[in-house]
Design a protein around this ligand. Structure first.
Ligand code: BGC
Length: 752
C-alpha cells in the first residue's frame, strides 16, 4: 500500500515538474511567469545572443527552447522589401512587393483617428504575411523646422494631434500580433549631422512639446517596442540615455516595452548596459549604406558577456534586457492568435486610397476651377511629380510596391490629358533596383522645358501643375536636410510662367514639408498633397474631379519664408548646431513656441512677445496657411457655441457644444478644433493650444452638434521646478475653430 502511494506521489511530482517546465510555452499562463520560466532555462550565451542582431534586421531566439527570433522591418508606410542578410541592398525577392500606404504626414493630415486605426490594421496584415514581428514605426518626432528631411515620416508640429493619431495606429497594428516600434526617441528633429548633435532645451519644451506623442504611444497605445534616436541629449546618445530611457520611459511612464537601438545608435557598453537599451541593431553602420558584420563585437555582445564574467556587470542587468526581449516575442511571434496576413489585397488598396484621398488639403480654390467639371476636357498636366514614383527613395521608409498609380495615369482615366515635364530633377529612372518606367532625365535645357510647357499651356482649357519635393537627398529624405525653403529645380519660375500663359492654373504641391509659395496669392487654386502611396494618383484624381470632397487639414504651419520659423531666427545655435569640438550643440531657444504657438504671436505688442520668448525682439509673422487649415467643396457654418458652466473645479469638467451646419450642396467633412487659452499665467504660455478635435461628416443642409469635454488635464502646463504637470486657478477661454487662424467662438470660464 505504502509502496503504491509513494509511486503515485512520485508520478504527481514528475508530472508537475514536467508541466511547470512548459509554462513558458503555455499561452494561458501569466506573461511574467512565462518570461521567468523561459529565462530560468537559458544559458548565459543564449541570453547574450538574444539581445543583439545576427543580421541586418533579425536577432536570434532560442531554437533549443522553441523560442523564435525577432524579425524587424521598416516601416512606417509599408513593409520594406527584403534586404540581403548582412547588407542594405535589396535581396531581389520576387514575392515581397507591398502596398504603400500614405506617408505619416498624410495620415496626420486626415485628422481622422479611425483612419489611423485602419492604417495600422492593414499594415499589420502585410507584416504578418512577410512573417515580421516588429514594424519600425510609427515616428512621432515633432516638426520643428521645414528643413528636416524626415518630416514626411512624422505626424506634424502639434503634440496633441500626433498623440491622437499615433495611438490608434499602434492599436491597429498590434491587434494583429505585430509590434509597433515607436521612433525616434527623442529629440530627433533634424537629419543634418544626425549622429552627432546634442539637443539643449528646457524641461518645459521637452515635456510639453517633444514627449507627449511618445508618452501617448507608450502609455495609451501600449507600444510593445520603441526605437532610440541617433542624436544626443544631455551629452548621452539617446539609445543609451539615462534621462530618456531610465528616468522617463521606465520610471515615469512605467513601461515594460523593449527598447531597440536605431541602426548604429549604440556606442558604448558602459552606458548601454545600465541605461536601458535592450536590443542592439546595426552597430557601426550609418543606418543606410555602410555594412558591418561584427555582431559579436556589438556593445551588448562579447563586451557585455566578458564584463559579466569579470564582475563588471551583473547577470541581473542582462536578465532585465532578456525579459524585455522575451516579452516582445511572447506578444508577437508566440502569440497564438497571430494570423497569416495578406499582401496587396483589395481591402488594403481600398484603405490606402481612402486614407490618401482624405489627407489631401485644399488650400485655395478661386474662380471655380475645382472640382473639375465634366465639360473641361483639354487638360495639360505639367511637372515631374505627375509621373515620378514616390514610393522609392527617401531612405529606410522606401518601398517596393506591386503597383503605384501615378497622378498622370489616374487623370487620364477622367479626361483628355496631355503632359509636359516642365522641369527635371535629372534623376535616373532606375533607383535601388526599381525601374520607374519613366525617363526622368531630359535632354532639353531648363529654358526649353519651360517654353514647351508654356506653349502647351496657352492651348489648354485647364493647367494642372504637379510638382513639389521628391525623395532624393536634400529634399524629403533620410540622412540629409533640405538646403532651401523654396521649391527646387526652378519650379517657382515655371509656375509663374504657366500662370502668365494661362490663368486657369491649379498648383498641386507634393511634399512632406512646407515649401515657400511665392506665387500663392496669384495662383487661383492650390492643393497641398503628400507622398500618397500605391493609390496616390487615384486619390488625387478623386479630389480634383470631385468624387471625394477634400477634408485634409494642415498638420503644420506654412510660413511665407524660412526665417518665419523660430528655429531659423537666431543663427546656427538653433539650427543646425555649433561644434563644441566633440559634437554639435543645438539649442531649442524657441522653447515651447513651435509652429502655431509661435506664429500666433504675430500682431501682439513687442513687449508681450518679449515676455513670452527667451530670445528677445523676435518677429513672429502671420503664416501663409495656418495649422489646421483646409478648404472643402462645400461650406460650413458654425452656430452659437455653449458652455455648461462658467466655473470648473480641478476634479470637475465642463461641456462645450457647438452646432455645425453644411450650408453647401455637397456632403463634406469638417474638422472642429478645440483650443484652450490660459488668460493669465505665472509662466509664459502660448496664446492657445490644441486640446481636442472631431471630424464630422455632414450631408447638405445637415447640422450636427459637436460636444467637447474640458477637463483639468487640458489646462495644465509642466512646472519645471516641481517637475510636474499642474493647472493654475484663474480665467481660461475655450476656442472653437476650424484652424489656428479661424476661430468661431470664444467661451470664457474659470478654474477654481
Ligand atoms: C533609421 C530608422 C530605421 C533603421 C532601419 C535607420 O537609418 O533611422 O528609422 O528604422 O535605419 O532601417
Amino acid at each position: 500500500m505504502m509502496k503504491r502511494f509513494s509511486f503515485l506521489l512520485l508520478s504527481v511530482i514528475v508530472l508537475a515538474t514536467a508541466l511547470s517546465a512548459q509554462v513558458y510555452l503555455d499561452p494561458s499562463a501569466p506573461l511574467e511567469e512565462r518570461i521567468d520560466n523561459a529565462l530560468s532555462r537559458m544559458t548565459l550565451q543564449e541570453k547574450i545572443s538574444m539581445i543583439h542582431a545576427q543580421s541586418k534586421f533579425s536577432s536570434p531566439g532560442v531554437a533549443r527552447l522553441g523560442i523564435p527570433g525577432i524579425w524587424c522591418t521598416d516601416g512606417p508606410h509599408g513593409i520594406r522589401p527584403e534586404v540581403l542578410w548582412d547588407e542594405w541592398n535589396n535581396a531581389n525577392w520576387t514575392n515581397d512587393s507591398c502596398t504603400a500606404f500614405p506617408a505619416l504626414t498624410a495620415l496626420a493630415a486626415t485628422w481622422n483617428p479611425d483612419l489611423a486605426l485602419l492604417y495600422g490594421e492593414m499594415l499589420g496584415e502585410e507584416a504578418l504575411y512577410r512573417n515580421k514581428n516588429v514594424v519600425l514605426g510609427p515616428g512621432v518626432n515633432i516638426y520643428r523646422t521645414p528643413l528636416n528631411g524626415r518630416n514626411f515620416e512624422y505626424m506634424g508640429e502639434d503634440p496633441l494631434l500626433a498623440s491622437r493619431m499615433v495611438v490608434p495606429y499602434i492599436k491597429g497594428l498590434q491587434s494583429k500580433g505585430v509590434a509597433a516600434c515607436v521612433k525616434h526617441f527623442a529629440l530627433n528633429n533634424q537629419e543634418y549631422n544626425r549622429h552627432g548633435y546634442n539637443v539643449n532645451l528646457s524641461d518645459r519644451a521637452l515635456y510639453e512639446i517633444y514627449l507627449p506623442a511618445f508618452k501617448a504611444a507608450v502609455t495609451e497605445g501600449k507600444a510593445w517596442s520603441l526605437m532610440g534616436a541617433y542624436n544626443l541629449y544631455k551629452g548621452q546618445h539617446a539609445c543609451e540615455n539615462q534621462y530618456l530611457l531610465k528616468d522617463i520611459l521606465r520610471n515615469e511612464w512605467q513601461s515594460d516595452l523593449c527598447v531597440i537601438s536605431d541602426w548604429g545608435g549604440a556606442h558604448n557598453t558602459e552606458l548601454a548596459v545600465p541605461n536601458g537599451l535592450d536590443l542592439e541593431y546595426g552597430t557601426w553602420t550609418n543606418g543606410l549604406t555602410v555594412n558591418n558584420k561584427e555582431y559579436d563585437s556589438y556593445m551588448l555582445a562579447e563586451p557585455f558577456r566578458l564584463g559579466i564574467l569579470e564582475g563588471k556587470y551583473t547577470e541581473e542587468q542582462l536578465n532585465e534586457k532578456v525579459r524585455n526581449v522575451l516579452r516582445l516575442i511572447f506578444r508577437t511571434s508566440m502569440n497564438p492568435n497571430r494570423g497569416f496576413g495578406s499582401m496587396v489585397s483589395e481591402e488594403h488598396l481600398k484603405a490606402a486610397r481612402e486614407i490618401a484621398a482624405e489627407s489631401i488639403v485644399l488650400l485655395k480654390n478661386e474662380g471655380g476651377l475645382l472640382p473639375i467639371q465634366s465639360n473641361v476636357n483639354n487638360i495639360l498636366v505639367v511637372g515631374e511629380n505627375a509621373v515620378k514614383m514616390m514610393t522609392v527613395g527617401g531612405g529606410s521608409s522606401q518601398l517596393k510596391v506591386k503597383h503605384e498609380v501615378s497622378p498622370l495615369e489616374a487623370l487620364k482615366q477622367h479626361a483628355t490629358v496631355t503632359y509636359q515635364r516642365g522641369y527635371s530633377s535629372g534623376e535616373n529612372n532606375i533607383q535601388d533596383n526599381v525601374d520607374f518606367h519613366e525617363q526622368l532625365s531630359d535632354p532639353r535645357t531648363a529654358e526649353q522645358m519651360i517654353s514647351d510647357a508654356v506653349e502647351a499651356a496657352r492651348k489648354a482649357d485647364l493647367v494642372i501643375f504637379i510638382g513639389g519635393l521628391n525623395k532624393k537627398a536634400h529634399q524629403d529624405c533620410e540622412d540629409s536636410d533640405r538646403e532651401q525653403y523654396n521649391l527646387p529645380y526652378g519650379q517657382d519660375r515655371l509656375i509663374e510662367a504657366l500662370l502668365d500663359a494661362n490663368p486657369r492654373l491649379v498648383v498641386v504641391n507634393m511634399s512632406g514639408n512646407a515649401v515657400a509659395m511665392p506665387w500663392a496669392e496669384k495662383v487661383p487654386a492650390v492643393i497641398q498633397t503628400w507622398y500618397l502611396g500605391s493609390e496616390g494618383g487615384n486619390a488625387l484624381a478623386d479630389v480634383l474631379f470631385g468624387n471625394v470632397n477634400p477634408s485634409g487639414r494642415l498638420p503644420f504651419t506654412i510660413c511665407r519664408q524660412l526665417t518665419d520659423y523660430p528655429a531659423h531666427q537666431a543663427g546656427k545655435e538653433t539650427y543646425p548646431g555649433v561644434s563644441n569640438g566633440q559634437y554639435d550643440e543645438l539649442y531649442y531657444t524657441e522653447d515651447i513656441f513651435v509652429g502655431y504657438r509661435f506664429t500666433d504671436l504675430a500682431g501682439q505688442k513687442q513687449k508681450v512677445i518679449n515676455q513670452k520668448l527667451k530670445t528677445k525682439n523676435q518677429k513672429p509673422r502671420t503664416p501663409l496657411y495656418s495649422f489646421g487649415f483646409g478648404l472643402s467643396y462645400t461650406t460650413f457654418l458654425f452656430g452659437q457655441a455653449q458652455i455648461s458652466d462658467k466655473e470648473m473645479t480641478k476634479s470637475g469638467s465642463l461641456q462645450v457644444q457647438i452646432p455645425v451646419t453644411n450650408t453647401g450642396s455637397r456632403a463634406g467633412k469638417q474638422v472642429v478644433q478645440l483650443y484652450i487659452s490660459d488668460l493669465k499665467s505665472t509662466l509664459p504660455r502660448p496664446l492657445k493650444e490644441l486640446k481636442a478635435f472631431q471630424k464630422v461628416e455632414l450631408q447638405p443642409g445637415e447640422t450636427k452638434i459637436v460636444t467637447f469635454t474640458i477637463t483639468d488635464e487640458m489646462l495644465r502646463y509642466f512646472n519645471p521646478d516641481k517637475h510636474q504637470w499642474e493647472s493654475e486657478s484663474g480665467d481660461f477661454e475655450a476656442l472653437i475653430a476650424s484652424s489656428a487662424a479661424d476661430i468661431h467662438s470664444r467661451l470664457r470660464f474659470s478654474l477654481k
